[in-house]
Design a protein around this ligand. Structure first.
Ligand SMILES: Nc1ncnc2c1ncn2[C@@H]1O[C@H](COP(=O)(O)OP(=O)(O)OP(=O)(O)O)[C@@H](O)[C@H]1O
Ligand SMILES: [Mg+2]
Length: 364
């Protein structure tokens, strides 16, 4: 089995007591900074605040008034406007395929979130960990670092989301056993091997939940002759999505625009239709995992053989996902108990280690 909280010698909760045991002297007064962990995903933005828990968990979307260029909504409110606005409102998703594509919108969204939540601290009293995909370039990394800094948060650490997601799933990444995690999110799929507190290697495919939605839209156009919106496609994926070809067929009624008449109409889509869309994408993810094993040292392969693979990210919730990879790879696979929140929950520990690969850096 994959190592989890319960099987470790030292429970993760021990980190929560660090503040209590560190004596407050002028030299270590910075320990009192409020830790803020940010998982800025392509689809969802989550913010964790020490002592408060997850205080924001909403879509990574911001809406602007085109004339004044002011933010008028963000998160769920902006998401509800998607696909339905008039030309005075502009909807922006700051991230694309896991990386920031609109830095101004990313900053505006974070600013909006910070203005809505009560952090009980000025921004200079905040220590922040920002999670990013594995394959960000140096330029993208710099842009990410600047985000909290532009809000006045000076102490910022960047951590890979596969690492944070592993920690937040209860895996002890700090021991000497290799762990494999596959994070299938909204914009990208990241496969990572972790050992001794850090990422040994990683591979990224810019293909995940959003790509599936677009493929469902394409499928509906080609086979059902109807054009549907992205939110409808996402609902189809979540409600009907399965990679189990033997599962009983389920159907769903969806509405959109008829491609021939141009008029609104409804149609029935089946889970078999969605499986047809999902299988080639899951096959690509399986090939990404295989390519990661090709570069993995044999000793770590041996650990993963015994401990299995951890699935993370929203798309790991697709019905039969773990079983699919087990069947194709012959390895144990399990889905994280909290695939949508584990990355931000992992920052709870990473805020203490501050970018270091040993877990007790804070007490040194
Ligand atoms: N039950 C479910 N079944 C299938 N897909 C789901 C389910 N729940 C959420 N998703 C999908 O998961 C994706 C969001 O996952 P997640 O929050 O992990 O992505 P993200 O962190 O925002 O993206 P990334 O890490 O790639 O930048 C969306 O595409 C969403 O539709
Ligand atoms: Mg993510």
């Amino acid at each position: 089995m994959i190592k989890n909280k319960n099987s470790k010698k030292e429970p993760l909760e021990s980190f929560e007591t660090i503040e209590e045991v560190v004596e407050e002297t002028p030299e270590n007064i910075e320990v009192r900074k409020v830790g803020v962990g940010i998982d800025f995903g392509t689809v969802n933005l989550l913010v964790y605040v020490e002592g408060q828990g997850i205080i924001f968990d909403e879509p990574s979307i911001v809406a602007y008034d085109r004339d004044s260029r002011k933010v008028i909504a963000a998160g769920f409110e902006a998401d509800n406007m998607t696909g339905k606005t008039h030309d005075k409102i502009k909807i922006v998703r700051p991230l694309r395929d896991g990386v920031i594509s609109d830095i101004r919108a990313a900053k505006d969204l974070l600013k909006f979130v910070f203005s809505k939540v009560n952090l009980h601290a000025s921004n200079s009293e905040i220590r922040s960990v920002l999670c990013c995909p594995s394959e960000v370039t140096q330029i993208e990394r710099k842009a990410l670092l600047q985000l909290p800094q532009q809000l006045g948060i000076e102490e910022v650490y960047i951590e890979e989301e596969i690492k944070s997601g592993c920690v937040g799933s209860g895996v002890d990444i700090y021991d000497d056993r290799g762990t494999m995690v596959v994070d299938i999110g909204g914009g990208s799929t990241d496969v990572g091997i972790l050992n001794l507190g850090d990422v040994v290697l990683s591979k990224t495919l810019r293909m995940a939940g959003n790509f599936i939605d677009h493929e469902i839209i394409k499928y509906c156009k080609q086979h059902l002759k109807i054009e549907i919106g992205q939110k409808t496609a996402e609902r189809i994926k979540i409600e009907l999505g399965t990679v189990n070809e033997k599962k009983d067929v389920a159907t769903m009624r969806v509405a959109g625009r008829d491609l021939l008449t141009g008029l609104p109409r409804h149609t029935e889509i089946t889970s078999r239709n969605v499986t047809e869309v999902l299988l080639p994408i899951f096959n690509d993810i399986k090939n990404l995992i295989i390519s990661a094993f090709k570069d993995t040292p044999p000793e770590l392969c041996s650990d993963i053989y015994y401990d299995g693979i951890l699935l993370n990210g929203g798309v790991s919730l697709v019905d039969h996902a773990a079983e699919y990879f087990t069947e194709k790879l012959g390895l144990k696979v399990r889905v994280s108990s909290n695939p949508l929140t584990s990355v931000v929950l992992g920052t709870k520990v990473l805020l203490k280690t501050r970018g270091h690969f040993v877990k007790d850096a804070d007490t040194e």
